[in-house]
Design a protein around this ligand. Structure first.
Ligand code: HEC
Length: 244
């Protein structure tokens, strides 16, 4: 049954793409015709039509919360359950509502929310220890959902930067969702402006890249101020392998 519905959705999407006419009544259509009767004429069920007519946000809400697509009562390390993480904050809601088509004011809202959430260190932004920063960049420890949760009293959660970025040029294993950060310090210089930028990007990257896939390491409490300073050193310190 599920397969039939999703195939129906795919067919409808394909037909819409080909004809680029769905949702727009043609000149001889009856304007008062409801969406569901158009869908049933094409052999789709009312349910499929409902999916197609939904906004991306409403569809995600439905799949996650109403269709029981995830085990939402699974416990998380921060003490809550998976359901809490699935509940979007205002920044995520704005990004989801706009998807690829974000209006200028929505982009402004995301950037403003991101900046407002950014807390700077009391004693100014400075670099920590690049070796500790390398461990943060490599580690994906922590904040997994499951019964066998990682013990944060033994080891701090990591930043998992290598999952998305190339960093040290001699490390062969890295993801490419984010841009390469090889020679970051050499190319940008260890200036106050670069340190400010880097801190803000790690803390809440939406300040510069609204609706980015990069996690908000500071705003979401994944990394501590010390860990952020360390990972900044890994990127900016001339002695770090990133800059060799
Ligand atoms: C889930 C993937 C992901 C993870 C994990 C991730 N990033 Fe990113 N990062 C991105 C993406 C994607 C961009 C590009 C911004 C965009 O266009 O969305 C980016 C951009 C950046 C930039 C700006 C690059 C520039 O040229 O100025 C820096 C710096 C950065 N990330 C550092 C980090 C650090 C440090 C970590 C680990 C603490 C990290 N990232 C973890 C995805 C990720």
């Amino acid at each position: 049954m599920k397969t039939t519905i999703s195939q129906g959705v795919m067919v409808t999407v394909a037909v819409c793409t080909l004809l680029s006419a769905c949702g727009k009544p043609s000149s001889n259509d009856d304007d008062s015709m409801p969406v569901s009767s158009t869908a049933s004429e094409s052999g789709l069920t009312g349910k499929a039509a409902e999916y197609v007519a939904m906004s991306p946000e409403a569809l995600a809400e439905r799949l996650i919360f109403d269709e029981n697509g995830f085990y939402l009562d699974e416990t998380t390390q921060e003490g809550g359950v998976a359901r809490d993480r699935m509940t979007q904050d205002q920044l995520q809601k704005t990004c989801s509502a706009g998807r690829a088509n974000l209006a200028a004011e929505a982009i402004g809202e995301v950037v403003a929310l991101s900046r407002a959430s950014t807390i700077k260190p009391e004693n100014g932004i400075s670099l920590g220890d690049w070796e500790a920063g390398e461990a943060v960049a490599r580690s994906g420890y922590g904040y997994r959902i499951g019964h066998n949760v990682d013990d944060h009293s033994n080891q701090d959660p990591g930043g998992n930067c290598y999952a998305c970025h190339q960093m040290a040029p001699d490390e062969p294993t890295y993801g490419t969702l984010g841009p390469s950060l090889v020679n970051f310090g050499k190319l940008r210089g260890n200036t106050e402006a670069t340190r400010n930028y880097l801190y803000e990007v790690i803390y809440s990257p939406h300040s510069y890249f609204p609706c980015t896939n990069m996690p908000r390491f500071g705003a979401n409490g994944v990394l501590t101020q010390t860990q952020i300073a360390d990972v900044m050193a890994y990127l900016l310190d001339p002695a770090s392998p990133v800059n060799q």
